[in-house]
Design a protein around this ligand. Sequence first.
Ligand code: GRF
Length: 223
Amino acid sequence: MTAPKRPRLVVLISGSGSNLQAFIDASQNSTLDAEIVGVVSNKAGVLGLERAKKAHIPCEILDHREFADRESFDAELGERVSSYQPDLVILAGFMRILTPKFVNRFAGHIMNIHPSLLPKYPGLHTHQRAIDAGDHAAGATVHFVTSDLDGGPAIIQAEVPITSGDTTDILASRILVQEHQIYPLAAQWFCEGRLTLNNGAPHLDGNALPETGFPFSTANTEQ
Ligand code: GRF
């Protein structure tokens, strides 16, 4: 008997790729039953590409500056991503706004992680904005990608405290620890068929998820 085909993941990055590393680790230790079949970066020389090479994952650079406009970059990116025949596309620190055409091409099969408790603080500088607002908590949210920037339906959210004296770097590292747990977990749910989109609303095991996604805490890592 042949082993069942593992779901195929393509990961898009622009930088250090610590979330990519979490996916690599999870797929190697079988907490994520999927194969990372390709990594595409819009930037050369980033650490994420080194991580992919070290794990023997095919990777490539597609520099957005070599394209006349966003549409032509996204068209080529879409071709490259499709060539891997992915079941799921993972945006992991991919610092490009994607056109509706690209997003629609992979609709229901593309996820992002955003370092805030969405719907709070979509966009950039999330950690500083949370600190400046005097918030007592921050976090990260995994969501399906729609053409609404950081506005697609939430899948899972992890919260961390903001403590006095926190800098953006300290807060970002505290949040990253959570990101590395919740993002592969969301992908695993998807790959197992437990996470579905019914009329645009994410469901886990047939139950509609809360607006802000499944509330993750380290107490429920067995989910
Ligand atoms: C993470 O904070 C993620 O939430 C955001 O970009 C950052 C990427 O970090 N979208 P890394 O490249 O995965 O280390």
